[in-house]
Design a binder for this molecule. Structure first.
Ligand code: DON
Length: 346
């Protein structure tokens, strides 16, 4: 065998070994080392390319101002528990956080009261299997407002934030979100005004809670602070930092500040897993297998505990109020990375 043939055999063996090693390393561990950068960047870009042409769903119009948001916007972002950022598309466009705010305010309440049980006892943690604003769910379950991720429970969460005035209550909520993102945030006033003028259903939730002693401040005041909370502007990149703070046990991976005591993180994620998609929560657990929260503004944040947050933003939502392309992008990434919390199935 000549020298040239020997060298070629060597070259092939080394390549084969490198390939075998690459295949043997589970993708789930890649998020922690340098090799992850390429993989994470690839899945973000692929998810963006794969779904950018999808037109299904429609921008929400029950809040009139939301119907004006350009439906073609689409962004995908990952922020890891180590603070690395991977993005594609419209990740710097500020959209309203809407219901994605709900688990974060519940987390603030847990922390303020020094116990997650305040949510369990005063609101509840059971999924409703109904739409996010179903009055029926609030009427049927008498003892509690069901869970903090449907509108009634979220309004009750807001009412639990300790404050003497609505301005103080809202300031605490906004301040908490600013610690979670590590950036200044502001209300998108046109959306706030638009929702405040059309939120009769949420006011009905407030009064139902009031007559059954399930709201803990003036009900209309709570509804108004809740409406402002939902109108806070957030970008996909900022949202991914919020989610990554949960993935990182309550420490913001970018600012390195502890925002939430670690003991509340599993409680928040459990509620996101069972109720984050309302009447589609079962389907989401089945397809993507990640605790996540959606908002009718088009954002979705999913958390891979200990590893990363995956965010999709696209304003066109389905009948359940969940963003069609964001769901597809996150589900794709979850499956590509094999980070489904129930196991990768590989
Ligand atoms: O209260 C509402 O109806 C809105 N501010 C929030 C609803 C929402 O985001 C539903 N989620 N996907």
């Amino acid at each position: 065998m000549g020298n040239a043939t020997l060298t070629e055999t060597w070259r092939r063996s080394v390549l084969l070994l490198a390939w075998a090693l690459a295949m043997a390393v589970p993708l789930t561990t890649l998020a922690d080392d340098n090799a992850s950068a390429q993989v994470l960047n690839r899945v973000v870009q692929e998810a963006y390319q794969k779904f950018k042409g999808v037109k299904d769903g429609a921008t929400a119009d029950y809040i009139p101002e939301l119907a004006k948001v350009p439906g073609d916007l689409f962004g995908v972002a990952i922020v890891t528990a180590g603070g690395e950022v991977y993005t594609a598309g419209d990740v710097n466009y500020a959209f309203t956080i809407q219901s994605i705010s709900k688990p974060f305010t519940a987390a603030l309440v847990m922390q303020e009261y020094g116990s997650a049980d305040v949510i369990l006892e005063k609101i509840g943690v059971e999924p409703t299997g109904m739409k996010f604003n179903a009055l029926l769910a609030t009427q049927v379950v008498k003892g509690v407002s069901v869970n903090p991720l449907v509108n009634s429970g979220a309004i009750a969460s807001v009412s639990l934030v300790k404050a003497k005035t609505p301005a103080e209550r809202f300031g605490k909520i906004q301040g908490f979100y600013e610690q979670l993102t590590g950036e200044k945030l502001s209300v998108i006033e046109d959306v706030y005004k638009s929702e405040a003028a059309t939120n009769q259903r949420n006011r009905a939730h407030g009064y139902i809670l009031f007559v059954s002693d399930r709201i803990y401040s003036d009900p209309m005041e709570a509804v108004d602070v809740y409406t402002r909370q939902c109108s806070i502007g957030i970008t996909a990149k900022q949202l991914a930092v919020m989610g990554a703070t949960l993935a990182n046990g309550g420490v913001n991976p970018v600012t390195r500040a502890r925002v939430l005591d670690a003991k509340y993180v599993p409680k928040v994620l459990a509620i996101m897993m069972t109720a984050g998609f309302y009447d589609e929560s079962g389907l989401w657990a089945y397809t993507a297998g990640l605790p996540a929260k959606t908002g009718v503004g088009g954002g979705i944040v999913a958390v891979v505990p200990g590893k990363m947050a995956i965010v999709g933003f696209s304003p066109r939502v389905n009948d359940a109020g969940n963003s069609v392309r964001a769901m597809k992008a996150i589900e794709f990434i979850s499956n590509e990375l094999g980070v489904n919390i129930f196991g990768s199935g590989r």
